[in-house]
Write a protein that binds this ligand. Structure first.
Ligand code: NOJ
Ligand code: CA
Length: 553
């Protein structure tokens, strides 16, 4: 089932390994279930290390596997320094890291510092200790408004819909920017800061190579005695002036973390999930801070040459300014998969929002052109893998998996669904367990079934169905990732001028990447075609296709 190509060198002590790495995101509960209880686990990951090695990735990023009540798919962490018993043990974690390292694959884990689970021992202590206690000072508690304090301290909306404040039995309220089971930490509290340093060291000591920082732009907040209203907050446009998001002080925390990262050899790396405006992003990617930041611009774009060109140019300029490398991503566990987004008509606005609206219609409005969506997704991915910088891939995209739209309400798990009736169906459709085999219960995910229902179409998209099949999406990813190792070069590109609906750039070593976004076939550059996302009839590049060409010397 695995390819025989061994593209990896043994892991070297290279402090720059991350700059142009291909990182594969694993959503552990949906990857592979080794003990047949319907939930993916660490043993499942260990069993698939040969698959990951054959895929040719440089690193994996694991979404949270920590003990959690799963109010938000594990992003409600009850204990930052343990493994959820349903997913495995710390010993199994060590075994997994060793197996991945032996296969030449680095390991990035998710750190969720803005909020814990309400089941975290600190939050339980805060509830028990009462108003004014040091235990409560680790979170953000306030008295309510009105004569009896029964009105919330502010009318703020949470990210998952509903109010961002919840009242506790003694009458006080706590802040949660996400679900009510995710109380926000008070980052002015030194105990909170010390505890996260301890967590970073805990995983670094176990051999973890880096960290993905969840909502990295949230942690510090400017909360005076009298809180602004949501309308007042919404009116703030000045960068850095928002009381809740993207405050300048947050970078003091990351400067502190950098000292921890640098205690290790090679230094641990970090990538910020920071949904901030493009010009504010380099702060998160600074070498004195986290070092790298996600760039979600391509993930929001239509399949459109001009949008792609502008985004690529702007982000390469930004990364040159920050000294970091650029990141690229089309899919993750929070957005509609790109094979499905690109099946919808262009709309020149947020395509992830468009995908959510489409999900709300039950996957019917507008009609999705599934074949075109996959074709464009393959072309877009091959373009991305030719760009300078690091590429983040999401499990299942190498199979061309579509978003699953028809999950019955009774089987949904995402709080975004429960808190936004009729407005948002949530993110379960991209978290459906992977199909490994054509047949069988849960298509080889595990004998215990899948915790989110898989559509019948998953069988033909399974690893088994695509393994060794010429032209399959899996084989395209394998070939592209293997070639990328060979071809990777300096972090620059040059645009080759041409038609408006074609993007063509060269890398310093004569590696040409050309994508035809339009409908009509166009000539290819001179040279040897190394790989293409579709067949090239008549030696031309058809619509919605990318080719890699090595220039004739
Ligand atoms: C971003 C994560 O990617 C998402 O899945 C989660 O719901 C929120 N942060 C809250 O932790
Ligand atoms: Ca399991």
């Amino acid at each position: 089932m695995t390819s025989n190509i061994d593209t990896h060198q043994p892991l070297a002590n290279d402090p720059t390994w991350w700059r142009q790495a291909a990182v594969y995101q694993i959503y552990p509960r949906s990857f592979a279930d080794a003990n047949d209880d319907g939930i993916g686990d660490l043993r499942g990951i260990i069993s698939r290390v040969p698959y990951l090695q054959g895929l040719g990735i440089d690193a994996v990023w694991l979404s949270p596997f920590y003990p959690s009540a799963l109010a938000d798919g594990g992003y409600d962490v009850a204990d930052y320094r343990d493994v959820d018993p349903r997913i495995g043990t710390l010993d199994e974690f060590d075994e997994m890291v060793a197996a991945l390292h032996a296969a030449g694959i680095r390991v990035i884990v998710d750190i969720v510092p803005n909020h814990s689970s309400d089941e975290h021992v600190w939050f339980q202590e805060a509830l028990a200790a009462g108003p004014g206690s040091p235990e409560r000072a680790r979170y953000i508690f306030r008295d309510g408004l009105g004569a009896d304090g029964s009105e919330p301290p502010a009318d703020w909306d949470s990210m998952f819909g509903g109010l961002a404040w919840t009242r506790v039995p003694d009458g006080q309220w706590y802040l949660h920017l996400f679900a009510k089971e995710q109380p926000d930490f008070n980052w002015d509290n030194e105990e909170v800061r010390a505890d996260f340093r301890k967590t970073l060291r805990f995983w670094s000591d176990r051999g973890v190579d880096g960290f993905r920082i969840d909502v990295a732009h949230a942690l510090t907040k400017e909360l005076g005695d009298s809180l602004p209203t949501q309308a007042e907050i919404d009116a703030i446009t000045e960068p850095g002036a928002h009381p809740l998001w993207d405050r300048d002080e947050v970078h003091e925390i990351y400067a502190d973390w950098r000292k921890v990262f640098d205690e290790y050899t090679p230094p641990r790396i970090a990538v910020a999930e920071a949904w901030v405006s493009t010009p504010r992003r380099p702060r998160y990617a600074s070498a004195d801070g986290l070092g790298q930041a996600f760039n979600f611009d391509l993930l929001e774009a239509d399949f459109d040459a001009e949008q792609f060109r502008t985004i690529i140019s702007d982000n390469l300029a930004l990364s040159a300014a920050s000294g970091s490398s650029t990141t690229w991503v089309f899919s993750n566990h929070d957005v509609v998969r790109h094979a499905t987004r690109y099946a919808l008509p262009a709309r020149n606005g947020s395509t992830t929002k468009q995908g959510r609206d489409w999900l709300l219609s039950g996957g019917t409005e507008p009609a999705a052109d599934v074949a075109l969506g996959l074709r464009r997704a393959r072309a877009a991915t091959l373009l991305m893998l030719g760009l300078p910088g690091s590429a983040y891939l999401y499990q299942g995209e190498e199979l061309g998996l579509p978003e699953v739209a028809d999950i019955p309400a009774a089987e949904r798990q995402d709080p975004a669904f429960f808190r936004n009736p009729g407005v948002d169906v949530g993110r379960d459709g991209c978290r459906v367990p992977l199909p490994w085999t054509r047949e069988g219960k849960s298509f080889g995910f595990g004998e215990g079934g899948a915790h989110l229902p898989q559509p019948a179409t998953f069988g033909e998209l399974s690893v088994e169905a695509q393994d060794g099949a010429p032209g399959s999406t899996l084989e395209l990813y394998r070939a592209a990732l293997a070639l990328r190792h060979e071809l990777q070069t300096d972090e620059t590109l040059e645009w080759v001028p041409g038609r408006a609906d074609v993007l063509h750039f060269t890398r310093p070593n004569g590696w040409h990447v050309v994508t035809n976004f339009g409908p009509d076939a166009v000539p290819l550059p001179d040279g040897e075609v190394l790989l293409a996302s579709e067949p090239l009839p008549g030696g031309l590049l058809p619509g919605s296709t990318t080719a890699w060409v090595r220039a004739a010397v």
